[in-house]
Design a protein around this ligand. Structure first.
Ligand SMILES: *Cc1c(COP(=O)(O)O)cnc(C)c1O
Length: 422
């Protein structure tokens, strides 16, 4: 390896991966995940908090990633039966699985009860009573926390804010106490405590402090009514620096939790997603074409069907040329787009990249490990991209590129259409 290898990720030259498996290609760094998992864990230890950590696997659900985090002592926060099966298959123990989500089907709840997962976070009175009935038919007692909507503004993008009054998530906090009392008398429910999740990509301490303080008040009130509260699930939402944001540290979050919930004598858990997965992944892509004009366009072989976040949340991602010559080339403002037939298929506007970037050149889209590959679709009949894992200098394909044949294999055309000519 030498300087001509250009951009590396965890020590591996990206051009070698592109040459071997093609582009677009998602690349995950196992050691980045491990390092971040450890940093987060140590922040809570430093504040003398015994925090149970459950990775929000909706941000990155590959079984290889779950295996890495399992070995770091992490469980998972799931939002569907599919995620449950995936996590158990990856070796996560049922005791490490927490089930969140605003709409869980009977089948999903039954599966959760039968597998004896750690906890189900219930989001409405209706769901609580339905769960009690399902648990009764299974002859089991479900461990349940009530997810509270504390009416706190997470001060993040509207589409990833979840804890304001009027958001679809959680139980209104002034109804939750009454429901807790009702739930405590249900035969097939063991109410263990409260859960909260305020939103994603949160960049300041204040919403966390407000939300957790409100929860602490509720715990005291519920206890004063004679009910027990054993655990609090603090949710996820810790933000990262994508561009130039001042990202909060895990130490800040641990400090706020220690300050607001530390003296309640409850078991604590956290559901971090993005903070662990975003910087652990990149999307590698090749320039299909450049188009000179005002503005000038770089057209990549990756598109909004692969990485949806820019189109959906106006998110900003670093875009870095892989070739080392880029370092000594003057730059020009480019619009960086994908080939999908939508105007929203645009990754960046007026981004300064080498003025002579050309067809065939490679670029890496940074911090795309969270809500990246998991949100991909096959829009425009574009197959799902290859996934690669790098681990201590080795690398392996962990998901083959989908073929067009696989993509259309489950479609059928009814027989009668063949004989019907208008
Ligand atoms: C999405 C989600 C998380 C993870 O959020 P991040 O911002 O990725 O940390 C945690 N808990 C629940 C209930 C979620 O829906």
């Amino acid at each position: 390896m030498d300087a001509r290898d250009g951009l590396l990720f965890e020590g591996v030259p990206l051009h070698t991966i592109a040459a071997s498996v093609g582009t677009p290609c998602w690349i995950t760094g196992a050691n980045t995940f491990r390092q971040r998992a450890k940093t987060l864990k140590q922040a809570f230890e430093a504040h003398k908090l015994n925090m149970h950590l459950h990775f929000a696997m909706k941000s990155q659900d590959h079984q290889a990633v779950l295996t890495v985090l399992h070995h770091c002592g992490y469980g998972v926060d799931i939002v569907s039966g599919g995620e449950m099966i995936r996590a158990l298959r990856a070796g996560i123990q049922p005791e490490g699985v927490v089930f969140s989500g605003v709409g869980k089907s009977d089948e999903e709840l039954r599966l959760a009860i039968e597998k004896n997962i750690r906890q189900i976070n219930v989001e409405s009175a209706e769901e609580l009573f339905r769960l009690n009935n399902i648990a009764a038919t299974c002859g089991k007692i479900a461990r349940v926390a009530l997810r509270v909507n504390p009416d706190v503004d997470a001060k993040t993008h509207d589409k990833i804010s979840t804890g304001r009054a009027g958001d679809k998530f959680g139980i209104e906090h002034n109804q939750a106490i009454q429901l807790y009392a009702q739930g405590a008398s249900l035969k097939n429910i063991h109410l263990v405590g409260l859960a909260v999740h305020l939103g994603s990509q949160m960049l300041t301490a204040e919403p966390f402090r407000k939300g957790y303080s409100r929860l602490a008040d509720m715990v005291r009130e519920i206890r004063s009514m004679g009910h027990s509260v054993e655990s609090i699930d603090c949710g996820g939402g810790l933000g990262i620096c994508y561009k130039n944001e001042i990202a909060p540290s895990p130490d800040m979050l641990a400090g706020v939790i220690a300050e607001t919930l530390g003296d309640l004598d409850v078991e604590l858990s956290l559901e971090p997603g993005r903070w662990l997965s975003a910087p652990s992944g990149i999307l590698l892509s090749r320039v299909i074409e450049t188009k000179a004009g005002s503005p000038s366009f770089i057209i990549l072989d990756a598109a909004m069907n692969d990485l949806t976040r820019p189109a959906m949340y106006d998110s900003w991602h670093g875009i870095v040329p892989v070739a080392p010559t880029a370092l000594s080339t003057p730059t020009a403002p480019w619009h960086v787009v994908g080939p999908v037939c939508e105007s929203s298929d645009i990754f960046a506007r007026a981004r300064f990249l080498p003025e002579n970037l050309k067809r065939g050149d490679l670029v890496a889209l940074l911090d795309t490990g969270a809500y990246g590959s998991v949100m991909s679709s096959t829009y425009n009949s574009r197959p799902l991209a290859t996934q690669v894992l790098i681990d201590n200098g080795k690398w392996a394909v962990i998901r083959q590129r989908q073929t067009i044949e696989e993509l259309i294999a489950s479609e059928t055309v009814p027989e009668w259409l063949h004989s019907h000519h208008a």
